[in-house]
Design a protein around this ligand. Structure first.
Ligand code: NAD
Length: 317
């Protein structure tokens, strides 16, 4: 489908394909007596985290996986979080653990992440897995940047280009460098031999963001700022991936918008992801894919392709 001149990348269709494959992979594991198990750790009263937890729970149950939700009050202490993580790490029915952000300020993300069993760390936030990703041979590929590259790869293949060489030497610009989205997206682009530029709030504060974004062949935006990037920031023919999910009040309604001014960027882009319906639907399926892969790693059973291979990457384990 096209919007203006841009091709609209349909994340829901890509997620549906991934889900079909995943269902088959789960059937193989289940036949071998293994039911993959996912656990989420949620700190209460965050609207977006709770909504994501509900969607994950529904998806896990739909796929026939075991699912456990641990909820902690926002005034929980670090020791409570560590005790919860420790319990899940020791539970043989749980193969993958997701700590939902944001964590309350009294709890250090770094300390909680380090308490994860690296074999259950499906978002690659433990230093061991983050290090493998940095070295370009990931054990787990974090779900949101993986989803960005699923969108890109899918479009590139459908456009008739040679996917194996597409990223070599092109300019990939990533706006936002959080540990779970922007920074790993930079690493995935480097692993595909792109020329990569990383921008953040400090680039914007110096008024220089457009100097980088207008050089992008591929632009990935994960800043959490509604409509940060407009037509004036991009060049004709950019392929634009919008990670942002920002609730914006319009009268009495709340609408989700991305970090791109969709109409403005679509008027110049070759291809673009929408919000909703772009990166988001793939993210949750990928997280279950990582859980199933973790179950295979832990049990030695199953036949799942290493998720990194789906993205044309080398890997560990
Ligand atoms: P974060 O707040 O942890 O990080 C935001 C990053 O953007 C930081 O590096 C910051 O420096 C940068 N930034 C902030 N303002 C900027 C500006 N004006 N110019 C340039 N850079 C700026 O956020 P996050 O967890 O990385 O999430 C980013 C967005 O992606 C949010 O809207 C979030 O809801 C969304 N998200 C979507 C998915 C999905 O599956 N679609 C998954 C995770 C996060």
């Amino acid at each position: 489908m096209n919007v203006g001149q841009a091709h609209l990348i349909d994340g829901r269709a890509i997620a549906a394909d991934l889900k079909r494959t995943l269902r088959d992979e789960i059937a193989v594991l289940t036949a071998e007596g293994v039911c993959p198990g996912l656990a989420t750790v949620l700190f209460e009263d965050d609207y977006a985290a709770e909504a994501y937890q509900r969607r994950l729970s529904a998806l896990a149950l739909d796929l026939g996986c075991h699912y456990v939700s641990e909820a902690l009050p926002r005034d929980a202490q670090e020791a409570d979080a560590l005790a919860t993580v420790g319990k899940l790490c020791a539970d043989p029915r749980i193969n993958g653990i997701l700590i939902l952000r944001p964590l309350p300020p009294q709890i250090s993300e770094a300390i909680v992440y380090e308490a994860l069993d690296p074999l259950k760390d499906i978002e690659a936030v433990h230093p061991f897995n983050a290090g493998l990703l940095e070295l370009g041979r990931p054990r787990f590929v974090p779900s949101t940047p993986a989803s960005c590259f699923c969108c890109l790869d899918n479009y590139v293949s459908s456009s008739g280009r040679d996917l194996a060489r597409f990223y070599e030497g092109i300019n990939v610009v990533v706006v936002g460098r959080s540990a779970n989205v922007g920074r790993p997206a930079v690493l995935l682009a480097l692993a595909r031999n792109a020329t990569v530029m990383s921008c953040d709030e400090y680039t914007s504060a110096r008024g220089k963001l457009h100097e980088y974004t207008e050089r992008a062949d591929v632009l990935i935006v994960a800043a959490g700022v509604p409509r940060l990037i407009g037509a004036e920031h991009v060049s004709d023919g950019v392929i634009a991936i919008d990670v942002g999910i920002n609730p914006v009040k319009e009268g009495t309604r709340t609408r989700l918008v991305g970090d791109l001014d969709f109409d403005g960027v679509a008027s110049k882009a070759e291809a673009i992801t929408p919000v909703p319906g772009g990166v988001g639907p793939i993210t949750q399926v990928w997280l279950l894919k990582n859980t199933v892969f973790a179950a295979q790693l832990q049990t030695g059973k199953g036949e799942i392709e290493h998720p990194a291979e789906v993205l044309g990457l080398g890997h560990d384990g």
